[in-house]
Design a protein around this ligand. Structure first.
Ligand code: 5GP
Length: 194
């Protein structure tokens, strides 16, 4: 998506450790006009799928998913919560996710009330790196018996292997911008065009 690529090239900053900072428009300050265009593009990419619910993960996925939901007939958005303590009363689906940016594992939960076997889910997140966050969400969806219709990502770092793993496992994955390489010393970012 050209609009997003141009914005990343203009305002994104490359940090050591393969981290791209997009705080000025995506995950701290948020450009809602841009989010609307991303929502429209996600709808276009998944227009052949019947989506009844969007699933994302806190915190940065929430705003992108919420804006996008308006283009999917205002389907509900559920976000997986990062939890300190797993609730053991059986009322939640849970899984462990290794955080790319924080380098530690945490539990995420979704209440069983909000995912059911009748649901057709689109998963949305801000970044795809090694794929742990999305794999965790997919595990939760499988546990619930719902159908995974696809995964929509704002920025995929194509030089990390999350996208490759998911595509090889048959996941219907679309990323709005795919970065092939980026360099912290020069700040240069190269995009992949399919
Ligand atoms: P994964 O689980 O695919 O390794 O990493 C995805 C998660 O890590 C995303 O939810 C995102 O919050 C965070 N993340 C991964 N790479 C980056 C990055 O380069 N920049 C930022 N801002 N977040 C990232």
């Amino acid at each position: 998506m050209e609009l997003l690529e141009n914005r990343i090239a203009k305002d994104g900053t490359v940090k050591e450790g393969n981290v791209l900072k997009v705080d000025s428009f995506l995950n701290h300050q948020m450009d809602i006009g841009l989010f609307n265009e991303m929502g429209k593009e996600l709808k276009r990419l998944f227009s052949d799928r019947k989506i009844t619910k969007i699933l994302t993960i806190e915190a940065s996925g929430i705003a992108i998913a919420a804006v996008a939901a308006q283009y999917f007939d205002n389907v509900p958005v559920v976000f997986a919560k990062k939890s300190q303590s797993i609730n053991l009363d059986g009322s939640v689906y849970s899984t462990k996710i290794r955080s790319f940016t924080h380098g530690r594992e945490y539990d995420v939960i979704v209440s069983k009330k909000y995912l059911s076997p009748e649901d057709h889910i689109l998963v949305i997140d801000d970044f795809l790196a090694n794929g742990c966050a999305i794999e965790g969400l997919i595990e939760i969806i499988k546990e619930s018996g719902a159908t995974i219709e696809g995964v929509g990502i704002a920025i995929e770092k194509g030089f990390q292997d999350g996208g490759k793993k998911l595509r090889e496992s048959g996941v219907n994955l679309h990323s709005l911008a795919i970065i092939d390489s980026m360099d912290a010393s020069t700040g240069k970012i190269n995009f992949r065009h399919l």
